[in-house]
Structures are given as C-alpha cells and as structure tokens.
Ligand binder design. Structure first.
Ligand SMILES: Nc1ncnc2c1ncn2[C@@H]1O[C@H](COP(=O)(O)OP(=O)(O)OP(=O)(O)O)[C@@H](O)[C@H]1O
Ligand SMILES: [Mg+2]
Length: 344
C-alpha cells in the first residue's frame, strides 16, 4: 500500500445550536492514496460536505468543534498555523464547493478571480495569469473564453459558473481535488464534460475526492468508495467490491434503489424505509439500526468499521451477508406491494 496522501482519523464535528449540540461527523476515518479517486456517497445530511470543509479547516464558525487528525503528506492540517494552511489550500488541495456561488465573489470578474488564485501561489505577472485564466476557461468548455473572461459571475449560467470554479481548482494542478457534487446542477452533457475534466486532472496525477448522490457517476470514475451514514463510515472499499459485493445493509438499499438498464421491470423502485437520522439524535449503537430490516440486539452497541481493504460497520455475520441481502430485499418488496395495494 502506498503512503496515503490524505489520512483522516477519527474526525468529529459538532455544532452548538439553540437546541443543543449536534454531531454532524462522528468518528470518521478514511484515507486517499496519491492519484486515487475516492467516491463519497450517502444520503443528504450524512455529513459529506461538513467533513470535507473540516478537512480544509473552512468551518470557522465559533459554534463548531472539530477534533481528530487530518494528515496530509503526514502533517496534521488541524494543527497547522493559519499561514501554512492557506498555502496548502488552493495550491495543494483545491475544493469545488457544492454551491459554486460561494466560491466566486460577485464583485470581481471571473477572469480576475482565476488570475488572482494563480498569483496567490505562483510568481507570475498579472498579464500571464490573465492569459492562463483564458486558457483554463477555454479548457473547461466556456465558449469565447477571451471575452467571457471579463464577465462577472452573475453573467454566467449555473453550469458556466460551475465550470469556472473547476477552472480555478485546476489552475494550480493540486495534489488533491475535493469536488462536492460538482455535477448535480448540470445537464447531462455538461456533466459528462466535467467528469472528463476530473478524469483528465486525475490522469495528470491528482488524487480526487468526489462527493456525489449519483451512484452511476461513482461507478464510472471512483477507484474506491466511501459510504457515509449519520456522520460515520458505513462501508468503504474498492469500487468493484462495493458494487458487486456490498456488505452494509445501508449500501444494499442505496444500490437497490438505482434503476438498472436491462434489469427486471419493477412496479416501484425499492426505497430505504424510514427517515435519515438527524445529527441531534444519532443512536448510540449502529446509526442505521432504526431503519434496518435485519437489526438485532447487538446493534445497540456501535459496530467498528472493520475489514482489510473492504471494510464495513455492521454486526451481521460476514459470510451470511449475500443470503441476508436477498431476505432483506424480498421483505422490502413485500412491504412495497402491501403499500401499493393499500394505495390502490
Ligand atoms: N452550521 C451548522 N449548524 C448546525 N448544523 C449544521 C450546520 N452545517 C451543517 N449542519 C448539519 O450537519 C449535517 C451534515 O450536513 P452536510 O452538509 O455535511 O450533509 P451532506 O451529506 O453534505 O448532505 P447533502 O447531500 O444534502 O449535501 C446536516 O444534518 C446539517 O443539518
Ligand atoms: Mg453536501
């Protein structure tokens, strides 16, 4: 195993709110090897964005507490002086935010912002940086980049803004790109272009953490997959292992709820019963237990993430999982049939 580029250990993030403390990330550990693409999936609210913002130390609100270790090339980012952290952000680790507007300032032109990003980390003239900005905008597929470089963010469409943010992230060929839902708001053709850009960057040696709801995207691009639930890792492993032999009942649910071309025609796609946990009341034991059809007494105790290269946090006997998945699936479809009958 190569030395990880990013090694996150026991990361915890909690927010102090009016109704008490909420734990959004609860003992999350994962690592990213140099040049690897890690796909991070999980329902809305599972702590994907918050954990990556914590990695980059962008949660500056005084009501936030972050603990654990975030080792980047062996140095703990959480313990680094601000100045060194700023040098790493953008230069070595770039982030594409879930909302591209947060990454662009409305009062400066897009080109100026990209050029400044380049100049913050490299000693180049303003003119050269501007020329690089035009090239980058054209690389990410902005038509007529030479004139669009002088436009303000509000003059760009949502997809163009997203591409401009990606151009910014690409500007310094970071060792690690963290992309949070970079394709969600885009139509499928632009989506494909953005994925190609990410692949290209990865081909040049950058590691990528790609957060997405889209299992199809993960199946195309990720080397490894991290499945999050309730601020914790439910499963982690090589892409093929996770897609072909998912081990955690939550991952079963995620994969079963994706329609398959050429698969059996279902009256209704299976869904995961129940509601996602809210960070204010994550159970002490397995976070998924309240929604799990296979829960048992042991689940009141929190399962550790265990395994060799394919890890999962579940108390079910590992050898019986495939058979148990079928049982869970048939009881889920029986319940769906009853719902359908009741509704008709
Ligand atoms: N400033 C905050 N104060 C209190 N709670 C917060 C704050 N920011 C985030 N949270 C909570 O932390 C949890 C995790 O949020 P996060 O944005 O990481 O989810 P996510 O997995 O990225 O979801 P999505 O897929 O919708 O982007 C959520 O329940 C959210 O309500
Ligand atoms: Mg998010």
């Amino acid at each position: 195993m190569p030395e990880p580029l990013l090694d996150v250990r026991d990361l915890r993030v909690s927010f102090r709110t009016r109704t008490g403390a909420v734990t959004a990330v609860d003992g999350l550990s994962f690592s990213v090897a140099p040049g690897e693409v890690l796909g991070v999936v999980g329902e809305s609210g599972s702590g994907k964005s918050v954990s990556m913002l914590a990695v980059l130390r962008l949660l500056t609100n005084p009501n936030v507490t972050v603990s654990g270790e975030v080792l980047f090339r062996g140095r703990d980012l959480l313990a680094l002086p601000d100045k060194e952290m700023r040098a790493i952000r953008g230069r070595e680790i770039a982030m594409v935010f879930q909302d591209p507007m947060t990454a662009l300032t409305p009062v400066y032109t897009v080109g100026w912002q990209i050029a400044e990003q380049i100049r913050a980390h490299e000693q180049v003239s303003r003119k050269k940086a501007q020329a690089r900005a035009v090239q980058l905008l054209s690389d990410v597929g902005i038509p007529d980049a030479a004139s669009r470089v002088n436009a303000y963010p509000h003059e760009f469409s949502g997809g163009m803004r997203q591409r401009a943010v990606i151009a910014m992230a690409l500007s310094c060929s970071p060792a690690l790109l963290i992309a949070d839902e970079p394709t969600t708001a885009l139509d499928v053709t632009v989506q494909a272009q953005i994925l190609d850009l990410i692949r290209e960057l990865n081909g040049l040696g950058s590691a990528v953490v790609l957060i997405t709801h889209d299992m199809g995207v993960v199946s195309q691009i990720a080397d490894r997959v991290l499945v999050m639930y309730g601020g914790r890792a439910a499963e982690e492993g090589p892409r093929r292992a996770v897609f072909h032999g998912p081990r955690h009942p939550y991952t079963w649910g995620l994969l079963d709820s994706v329609p398959r071309v050429g698969g059996a025609r279902l009256r209704r796609l299976p869904t995961i019963a129940g509601m996602p946990v809210s960070p204010g009341n994550i159970p002490e034991g397995c976070a998924f237990a309240p929604r799990c059809r296979l829960r048992h007494d042991r689940c009141e105790e929190r399962p550790a993430l265990s395994g060799d290269t394919h890890l999962d946090a579940c108390w079910l006997p590992p050898d019986d999982r495939a058979a148990l998945r079928l049982t869970a699936r048939s009881s889920a479809s029986a319940a769906t049939d009853m719902d359908t009958e009741a509704a008709s």
